[in-house]
Design a protein around this ligand. Structure first.
Ligand code: HEM
Length: 357
């Protein structure tokens, strides 16, 4: 079994360090030597590419996959250094998260920092910034180009139902410190809301054509997105509303792809978004590949480990190929064990009331 051969990096580090401490303390019994052994062990492990992550999330830290990076196409684990080397060539890099997991945002910031260290200067987009936020972002950065905290306030972030901006701020800090461009990418919220009731009629015909939404999805793509939406909303919402939400999901993905291309940055673009949006089978990569032929698109999903799932393939989402629909998966500790259907019950009731209208 794959997992039998690979222990999580964080466990490897702590096991190696504690065995080093034991050996040093028993044989030499001198504190300074213990410290030296610790430092050498640490440096050796970091140089060998092993990851050292101090997780904010408390659950699953000792899971065998936590901290490990799975390369989907070659079906093997890779270390951080190899990942960064692969990402350095991407024109478009999509970093898919669970929105309320702070570790996902810290790792996104770390990936961005590593690419900047290699000389990359991509534009940086966020799913949460709609096109109608572009002027607020530009105005804020014109007066306070390094103020990442104020960027959240400039777009009224904390009134929009997203997890606290403080979680995303480290990504913006890295971007602004390197003077990268921050771009708005998504459909305006009001447009998405209107699409939830009116479908494509909520968009101007020109926009429908530009986004390629005049061509309906294949039956299997429609079925996959609909299944994902039914599942994530715990079965709330009528079939008609699921159908409309499939349309919104596609429009958001198409718009985000188009915005990344329109950023027209010679060094490409990075996007921070929910993991569902970066799926290779029906998410943003589909639209990027269609419109930006020849450009390299890479998607990474940060996925929380599950005690019932010891192997990477156990995390394959409903997918006819049974494969994870990303290029890389970075497994992380998890925030909570709450049942999302209970946790978000009041929001789902709201969704139900809307779809019953
Ligand atoms: C626990 C996770 C989630 C919660 C609590 C949640 C909740 C909601 C709620 C309450 C709405 C109605 C918003 C309104 O118009 O007032 C909504 C809309 C929507 N959701 Fe979710 N959702 C979740 C995950 C997802 C996922 C994973 C997907 C994609 C597969 C998704 C796709 C959509 C779409 C496309 C809409 C239509 C409106 C829009 O995009 O703004 N949701 N969701």
């Amino acid at each position: 079994m794959v997992v039998g051969f690979f222990k999580s990096c964080s466990r490897t580090v702590s096991n190696a360090l504690s065995s080093n401490i034991r050996v040093a303390a028993r044989n030499v019994r001198e504190l300074y030597l213990t410290a030296l052994v610790l430092i050498v062990g640490y440096v050796a492990l970091v140089v060998s590419g092993c990851s050292v992550t101090s997780w904010k999330s408390t659950l699953g830290r000792n899971h065998p996959l936590t901290g490990r990076i799975w390369d989907v196409s070659s079906a093997r684990f890779i270390d951080r250094q190899s990942l960064v080397t692969r990402l350095a060539r991407a024109d478009f890099l999509l970093l898919g998260e669970r929105h309320d997991n702070p570790d996902h945002h810290l790792l996104q910031a770390e990936v961005l920092r590593s690419l900047i260290a290699l000389g990359r200067r991509p534009a940086v987009g966020f799913e949460m910034f709609g096109l109608d936020d572009a002027s607020a972002i530009a105005n804020h950065l014109a007066f306070a180009p390094n103020d990442a905290a104020g960027l959240g306030r400039a777009v009224n972030w904390n009134k929009r139902g997203w997890p606290d901006w403080a979680m995303y701020q480290p990504i913006a800090e890295v971007a602004l410190e390197a003077k990268l461009r921050i771009v708005a990418t998504n459909l305006p919220l009001a447009t998405a809301r209107k699409m939830s009731s009116d479908g494509l009629a909520a968009l101007e015909p020109r926009v429908v054509g530009d986004l390629g939404l005049d061509r309906p999805p294949s039956e299997s793509v429609f079925a996959s997105i609909a299944a994902d939406i039914r599942d994530s909303h715990c079965g709330y919402g009528s079939e008609e509303s699921v159908k409309l939400m499939v349309g919104v999901q596609r429009a958001r993905d198409a718009q985000m792809a188009q915005s990344l291309i329109a950023a027209d940055d010679p060094d490409g673009a990075i996007l921070v978004a929910g993991a569902g949006h970066v799926r290779n089978d029906y998410g943003i990569p589909v639209y990027l590949t269609a419109k930006a032929a020849g450009k390299q698109v890479i998607s990474i999903a940060f996925l929380e480990v599950d005690n019932q799932k010891p192997e990477p393939d156990n995390y394959a989402l409903p997918d006819p190929n049974g494969r994870l629909p990303f290029d890389f998966v970075w497994f992380t500790a998890r925030v909570d064990d709450e049942n999302p259907c209970e946790k978000f019950k009041s929001q789902f009731e709201h969704l139900k009331r809307r779809s019953d209208k």
